[in-house]
Write a protein that binds this ligand. Structure first.
Ligand SMILES: *[C@@H]1O[C@H](CO)[C@@H](O)[C@H](O)[C@H]1NC(C)=O
Ligand SMILES: *[C@@H]1O[C@H](CO)[C@@H](O)[C@H](O)[C@H]1NC(C)=O
Ligand SMILES: *[C@@H]1O[C@H](CO)[C@@H](O)[C@H](O)[C@H]1NC(C)=O
Ligand SMILES: [Zn+2]
Length: 518
């Protein structure tokens, strides 16, 4: 008897161990990533699917992407001048060196309050002074500093904020090599104490603002992601135009003195070239707060936030043949200058009326200090493209979405399927949000999502018109769900018009959204 129960116990244990092994095969390797080799950036998406997804950072600030926005206010930092009585933790996490920041440091002049959490660096190798993540017209700076803040107006901690679309705001600072920088030496002189991964030292605090460039009013602003795994597209980026300067000796303190391996490891691995390469722009544009002398950056916004909101409302509720006749170039601005002949012609009167209202309201509109229009999103509350994953706009958490998507793909999904499904689920949402804030052009994929809420004939016709137009313009080839497939799609949408915005809704727009099933 006793023997038998022992054997049973043994098998039971073995079985439990097996279950643990089967259920959590990734737990031992999921956390490792590096900047080269078999866990390098091209492999990140295997364990971190958002790294292969939409709205990734860094990007190259090339002239064609830039749009001058005169409403962008200077960045305002608060309580950056820390007392030397305070202590900051300076640490090596194996990917970078990081300085912890106290929660009384924060940013204003953004749509929400953002509280500082940490700052860290990306740099090149000892001999290649090229290690910034963002680049300007293809030019890489020797290094880049990131001051990471989280949306404390909405979320209680950085870890909760990090996987939310509006969770983080990062200040990026290009670092040039030249003159000695005393502010950087406040912590660089302690770098020998954190040569190896997981080491940390306490350093006296100082005026963090001295690490920033003098001109806080000149910057690039765009919607992007963490540049390291898990690469959540949750970052409102502000990258200052002017670099700061450190000496070659200071640069080398980073590039030669640090290791990504633990102190006890027998073969030390140098910590350098810890930057990610520029990512696809994904229909994003970069707003710039400064105007180039030669006017190259002077391209003004194609459509105002108000016009954008009205275009979306038109797609959701308005007369689609009007959209087809008159607003096609607003939908896909790249088509703008080419003559467009619509098959079906209706009177222009309605549209003219609409434009007049638009212009009048625009003139009366309060200037928007940040270039963001936070209330816009609230006026159009829609999630037709990812509703099947049980997520709505208010509860968008990238980790929930990943879990739901993985569940829905079933047990035998591959890594690539997860990457693709997540990208497809996230892109229209991010594109729409960013479009309404003037930081992206509208994508055909997003328009298709919106059209899922509409009666079939008109929507199909518009879809076909857009597809044809964009093919003619030799834009990127169309994705799946062309014409006929669209009619099969089902979607439910709830649309709420904000009280204030209600007055601005064009006369021909219906008051309530239609819900329908095919
Ligand atoms: C990483 O890159 C360096 C060259 O910068 C190379 O010597 C090294 O072997 C690479 N490491 C791996 C794991 O590939
Ligand atoms: C920062 O604070 C210190 C006192 O802690 C003060 O002496 C110094 O002038 C301040 N610096 C700036 C730029 O305000
Ligand atoms: C998806 O995630 C949300 C949390 O955002 C959860 O409430 C919902 O039940 C999940 N849906 C499915 C189908 O798993
Ligand atoms: Zn960074």
């Amino acid at each position: 008897m006793r023997k038998e129960s022992l054997a049973r116990y043994f098998y039971k244990m073995l079985f439990t161990q097996l279950i643990i092994l089967i259920a959590f095969p990734l737990s031992s390797t999921g956390g490792t990533w590096t900047y080269n080799g078999s866990e390098g950036e091209h492999h990140w998406s295997k364990h971190y699917p958002y790294c292969g997804g939409a709205f990734q950072s860094p990007i190259n600030f090339q002239p064609e992407l830039l749009r001058y926005d005169p409403d962008l206010l200077p960045v305002q930092v608060h309580n950056y001048n820390l007392s030397s009585k305070e202590q900051l933790t300076f640490s090596n996490n194996g990917h970078s060196v990081q300085l912890s920041l106290p929660s009384h440091m924060h940013l204003s002049s953004l749509p929400d309050q953002y509280t500082a959490a940490q700052l860290h660096f990306h740099w090149g190798s000892p001999h290649m002074l090229a290690g910034s993540e963002h680049t300007v017209s293809g030019r890489q700076f020797p290094a880049e500093m990131h001051v990471v803040h989280f949306n404390s107006g909405k979320y209680p901690s950085i870890s909760i904020a990090a996987d939310k679309a509006d969770g983080l705001a990062v200040l990026g600072v290009f670092i040039e090599v030249g003159e000695f920088n005393p502010a950087f030496d406040r912590f660089l002189k302690f770098v020998k104490g954190i040569k190896y991964r997981d080491q940390k030292v306490q350093v006296p605090a100082f005026n963090i603002q001295e690490l920033l460039p003098a001109h806080l009013e000149q910057y690039y602003r765009y919607d992007g992601s963490l540049t390291t795994p898990p690469c959540y597209p949750s970052v409102l980026w502000t990258v200052f135009r002017m670099p700061v300067t450190i000496s070659l000796t200071q640069y080398k303190a980073l590039a030669t003195g640090l290791f990504s391996s633990l102190a006890q490891e027998s073969v030390p691995v140098p910590l350098h070239r810890n930057y990610r390469k520029p990512q696809l722009t994904d229909n994003r544009v970069v707003l710039v707060s400064f105007q180039e002398v030669r006017g190259q950056h002077g391209r003004h916004l194609v459509a105002s936030p108000l016009q954008r909101r009205q275009i979306i409302q038109q797609l959701l509720m308005g007369d689609l043949s009007d959209v087809m006749d008159e607003s096609l170039h607003h939908l896909l601005p790249k088509l703008a200058r080419k003559p467009w002949v619509a098959k079906k012609r209706k009177t222009n009167q309605r549209y003219q009326h609409w434009s007049q209202i638009t212009e009048k309201k625009q003139r009366n509109q309060m200037p928007n200090p940040t270039g963001k229009t936070p209330s816009v999103w609230k006026t159009v509350h829609i999630s037709p493209c990812w509703q099947k994953y049980g997520i709505n706009e208010d509860s968008l958490s990238y980790t929930h979405l990943k879990n739901n998507v993985t569940l829905q793909l079933g047990r035998h999904h591959t890594d690539i399927q997860v990457v693709k499904a997540l990208r497809k689920a996230v892109f229209p949402e991010l594109n729409l949000r960013s479009y309404l804030n003037c930081k992206s052009d509208l994508d055909l994929q997003t328009i298709r999502c919106l059209l899922r809420t509409r009666p079939t004939d008109e929507a199909t016709e518009l879809d076909q018109a857009l597809t044809k137009a964009s093919q003619r313009q030799k834009l990127k080839p169309m994705a799946e769900n062309r014409g006929p497939a669209l009619t099969k799609l089902t979607g439910q949408t709830s649309v709420t018009i904000h009280k204030n915005a209600h007055n601005m809704v064009p006369a021909n727009l219906k008051e309530h959204a239609t819900e329908w099933e095919d």
